[in-house]
Design a protein around this ligand. Structure first.
Ligand code: PEP
Length: 249
């Protein structure tokens, strides 16, 4: 299998009202003028997904959901299904972001169900994993994350497009980035797990890094071995910063 293009994903989290669509339009316009080396996607709040998808249709900019339910429809008040994300114009979906695991108690088994539903709906899931500072300080970061990868990826992803995002919790929204050594060690361990699980396909699945990626550190992180792109939170809200990260590739 061939190596896919890197992916730069911007997670707006619960930020951005309609006015934020202007930032996305600015990103789309800049990418139109200078097509990016990476695939680029924005993950807005669910309420903006349809409008954002329409606003950037045909541009070098993909859209996606921040979460989806594991079931395709039913009595799940407040939830959004993978089919709904696709219907709103999304082509990707983040599954198991640490804020979902923490705020909503999502387990890796549930995350696997979401990723399975996503792929069944034709979406490309980005499955997130990452350890707490406590786990890292106990020397268990690698074993913890590898077991999260194992438990959060359903076997049904074989042959489907998906990626894994390594996001150490202590680096998310803290301004503190993992060192390149930490990233390289973890991505190598995730790669080994992907290859043992998905054989040849596992060699080319993108492994994104996330956690305080910004214009100043993007180049070094994106150049590290086995880093297939970035999942960017805060710095994806401003077109100027997000573009600087995209252009760091
Ligand atoms: C994220 O939400 O996935 C993230 C990495 O956030 P930040 O870039 O703000 O640390």
């Amino acid at each position: 299998s061939t190596t896919p293009r890197p992916l730069i994903a911007g997670n707006w989290k619960m930020n951005g009202l309609s006015v934020a669509l202007d930032e996305a339009r600015a990103v789309a316009a800049a990418l139109e003028a200078k097509p990016p080396a990476a695939r680029v996607a924005i993950f807005p709040p669910a309420t903006l997904l349809h409008r954002l998808s329409q606003a950037v249709e045909g541009a070098h900019l993909l859209t996606g959901g921040q979460d989806c339910h594991g079931k395709s429809s039913g009595a799940h008040t407040g939830d959004v299904s993978a089919e709904m994300v696709a219907d709103a114009g999304g082509s990707l979906v983040i599954c198991g972001h640490s804020e979902r695991r923490t705020d909503h108690g999502e387990t890796s088994a549930q995350v696997a169900g979401k990723a399975e539903a996503a792929a069944a709906a034709g979406l490309e899931p980005i499955v997130c994993v990452g350890e707490t500072l406590e786990t890292r300080e106990a020397g268990q970061a690698v074993s913890f994350v590898v077991s999260q990868v194992r438990d959060s990826l359903p076997t049904s992803l074989a042959g489907k497009a998906f990626s894994v995002a390594y996001e150490p919790l202590w680096a998310i929204g803290t301004g503190r980035t993992a060192s390149v050594d930490n990233i390289v060690e973890m991505h190598a361990a995730i790669r080994a797990e992907l290859v043992s699980r998905f054989c040849e396909q596992g060699r080319t699945v993108l492994i994104l890094y996330g956690g305080s990626v910004k214009p100043e550190n993007a180049r070094e992180i994106l150049a590290a071995p086995e880093v297939g792109g970035a999942l960017v939170g805060g710095a994806s809200l401003k077109a100027k910063d997000f573009l600087a990260i995209i252009q760091a590739l």
